[in-house]
Design a protein around this ligand. Structure first.
Ligand code: FAD
Ligand code: UDP
Length: 382
């Protein structure tokens, strides 16, 4: 095949771009993936006990964007559900995001009723208030709630996840889980909340199953692509088509300006010979334990008639670049943005090189935003 476009990475960014280019532009597309499977971090598989697990942590597809839902629905049907999370605080399981149900669990009725009225008067029914914003309110009642939520939901979880306090990290991050002034227990507000009915991996298989798409697994792009004199070479020959890169940008340039900081996760899976472990898909450990959360997969995937149950605990740590580590989360701050900018500038000398994805753009993308971005980029390259 004479390729029009080379895409590095078979995650949602790479797979979406590949499909659009192949289908709408009739382009010959090569997808290079260094892992032994497609799907990137959305990958799922059956474990040794026949239970569908998310190998790189729990993934729920949630979106309000019709075009994204429509596009992905061509490759899968959905198991739809309202995703709910609880936090273990002392011996209670309280709904997160903290909402009016949580308020009534935490305070006795009379006080909860009063606080509820106060929150509605201050912010309006149905509003979603970031914890860092709630903490700025000077009303003593609101401050009391803010302090409770800060101490019991955010402080220790964030310390585990980021190694920093909530006030030290980007407000964009804690703002993902606001205080919700309603009785809605769902973790996300989006219209669609689902997982692919047969799993993410079959959805990716269908996306990439097109006569114009070739996928090469177990191939690191650093072994086949090189960059010299403002030109891109593929297997030693100049490549003048487009390259879409979805990997980490610092790796591409051999850490020339130093490593971009990331947080990583150690996933510890456990199979238990019992019907259910926690009765919830996700329990956040916001005040105790070294891990941040436990996911029990059967409650996430809707899988029925399993033998026992499989859970995973997530232990965050600072990414060092060791071979077995994966950079999961960009650490958003000014210094890192600057460093990222240096690498990005280097890519700008190649007119045909495009950065796309959570790693390549050093951003905190959800699946739906990533799909949309990939659809948009691919369509500009048709
Ligand atoms: P990735 O999925 O990381 O794919 C990049 C691919 O590029 C990888 O397969 C990688 O192996 C490959 N690659 C990298 N470098 C090279 C190289 N040099 N050569 C060849 N291949 C290379 N989003 C949601 O919407 N809902 C959720 O519930 C959710 N949960 C999450 C939970 C966790 C623990 C994490 C970390 C993320 C979660 N996300 C969730 C975010 C979601 O994973 C991302 O939005 C999505 O995976 C980004 O897709 P991507 O294609 O940019 O990156
Ligand atoms: N967070 C928290 N406690 C919780 C849930 C979230 O402190 O119970 C904070 C934490 O800093 C986390 C951020 O909010 O990193 C975003 O949470 P989200 O669930 O969106 O993280 P993700 O699923 O992307 O890891």
């Amino acid at each position: 095949m004479n390729y029009n476009t080379i895409i590095v990475g078979a995650g949602i960014a790479g797979a979406t771009a590949a499909r659009i280019l192949a289908e709408e532009g009739n382009q010959k597309v090569l997808v290079i993936e260094r892992r032994n499977h497609i799907g990137g971090n959305c990958y799922d598989e059956l474990d040794d006990y026949g239970i569908l697990i998310h190998t790189y942590g729990p993934h729920i597809f949630h979106t309000g964007e019709e075009s994204v839902r429509e596009f992905l629905s061509r490759f899968t049907d959905w198991y739809d559900f309202g995703h709910e999370v609880v936090a273990k605080v002392a011996d209670q399981l309280i709904p997160v995001p903290f909402n009016l149900n949580t308020l009534h669990m935490v305070y006795e009725k009379e006080k909860a009723d009063r606080l509820e009225q106060k929150l509605i008067a201050e912010y309006g029914e149905g509003s979603r208030v970031p914890i860092m914003k709630l903490r700025e309110n000077e009303d003593p009642d609101v401050r009391e709630i803010a302090e409770y939520v800060y101490q019991n939901v955010f402080l220790r979880y964030t310390m585990k996840q980021w190694g920093q306090k909530p006030e030290e990290i980007s407000p964009e991050v804690t703002g993902r889980v606001p205080v919700v002034i309603s009785y809605d227990n769902r973790y996300f507000k989006d219209k669609y909340q689902s997982v692919p009915i047969d799993g993410f991996t079959p959805m990716f298989e269908k996306m990439l199953d097109h006569p114009n798409i070739e996928v090469r697994l177990n191939t690191d792009c650093l072994d086949v692509l090189s960059f010299e004199d403002r030109k891109i070479y593929f297997e030693g020959e100049e490549f003048t088509g487009n390259v879409i890169y979805t990997g980490a940008i610092d790796e591409l340039f051999h850490l020339r300006f130093g490593r971009l900081p990331y947080r990583s996760l150690d996933f510890k899976f456990e199979h238990l010979d019992q019907d259910s472990f926690q009765g919830h898909s996700v329990v956040n450990y916001t005040v105790s334990e070294d891990f941040t959360r436990i996911t029990e997969f059967k409650f996430l995937t809707g899988q029925k008639n399993t033998n026992g149950t499989t859970i995973v605990r997530e232990y965050p740590f600072a990414y060092t670049g060791a071979k077995n580590e994966i950079p999961y989360y960009a650490i958003l701050n000014e210094d890192n943005e600057k460093l990222y900018g240096k690498y990005k500038t280097m890519t700008e000398e190649f007119g045909n090189f495009h950065l796309l994805g959570r790693l390549a753009e050093y951003k905190y993308y959800n699946i739906d935003a990533m799909t949309l971005k990939a659809m948009e980029l691919a369509r500009t390259l048709l």
